[in-house]
Design a protein around this ligand. Structure first.
Ligand code: SF4
Length: 292
């Protein structure tokens, strides 16, 4: 049954994501360690790499904050039993919380009561995209609170254009300082509306660091913002150095003539994500990790 397959796959994805960073992120941290000139920054990057290695060796989460669980589902229009997927993802989250274990991070904002199993109203949050075919692709992003807390949304002045956007992004980096556990990955969402730009900023974080933006102008802008963010000198864990960010990723939508929404979402060095594809015959292909 699809429900059982989805549940097993989602538990595996959660386990892989919280224990082992994706290859592109690991490589970027290793490269930053080799190139970092600041002694304090280098020490922090070494501690991060040791932590990553220890987590893999002991099958333990790389950070005590295992985040709020977000799933991105690309569902083939011809896939069957899609109405069971959300339930399976809820069950997987509860099971993973017990088994891995994950820190219970789902709190009622009014009663302050923790549900204890990482599920609750709209949590885990499931983003849906309908695509051609009959496969189901699931990506999980356990999103840490420290980096989430410095997210920024700006309704910019359209007349300031690109210059206004660049200023907004770099101001957000400076304001965030050490809070998002740098070196971070910055997701930038532009256009649409306030909610759309925020969503696009987080979606941008799903693109691997070694995948260049297919739009050459945006690829250039990502590089420019990457260099500018690293000129702030905030450095690894905010202790100074060249590596404040590991990468910048931009997504956009067209905008209303009178609005220029822009959003920045930070992903800490513990940039966790894992993905798998479930084929219509029930076979599973893991896309980011070797499943343990
Ligand atoms: S921001 Fe990331 S690295 Fe820092 S405590 Fe939260 S999850 Fe861990």
């Amino acid at each position: 049954m699809l429900e059982n397959i989805v549940e097993d796959v989602a538990v595996n994805l959660l386990r892989s994501a919280v224990i082992e960073l994706p290859q592109d992120v690991k490589k970027a941290i290793q490269l930053a360690y080799q190139e970092e000139k600041s002694e304090a920054g280098k020490t922090q990057l070494k501690a991060i790499l040791d932590n990553v290695e220890l987590a893999e060796r002991t099958c333990s989460p790389i950070c005590q904050d295992t985040g709020v669980i977000i799933f991105y589902v690309k569902a083939g229009a011809q896939a069957k039993d899609l109405d069971n997927v959300e339930k399976a993802l809820q069950n997987a989250t509860k099971k993973a919380t017990m088994d891995i274990p994950l820190r219970p991070n789902a709190i009622d904002p009014f009663t302050q009561k923790n549900t204890g199993d990482n599920t609750g109203r709209f949590i885990p949050f499931v983003h849906w995209e309908i695509v051609p075919g009959d496969d189901i692709e699931i990506m999980v992003m356990p999103k840490g609170g420290g980096s989430e807390n410095v997210s920024a949304l700006g309704m910019l002045n359209p007349s300031e254009g690109l210059a206004g956007l660049k200023k907004f992004v770099i101001d957000a980096v400076i304001k965030a300082g050490p809070m998002p556990c740098p070196p971070t990955i910055m997701g930038i969402g532009v256009g649409g509306g306030a909610d759309i730009s925020m969503k696009l900023a987080k979606v941008a974080l799903l693109r691997p660091l070694d995948q260049t933006n297919p739009n050459p102008d945006l690829a250039k802008l990502e590089q420019e913002l990457y260099k500018a963010a690293n000129m702030t000198g905030i450095g690894p864990m905010g202790l100074g150095g060249r590596f404040t960010v590991l990468g910048v990723k931009i997504e956009y939508a067209h905008r209303h003539p009178a609005s220029y929404p822009a959003a920045v979402v930070f992903q800490c060095w513990a940039a966790r994500r894992a993905a798998a594809r479930i084929h219509c015959d029930g076979t599973v292909e893991y896309l980011t990790h070797k499943v343990r």
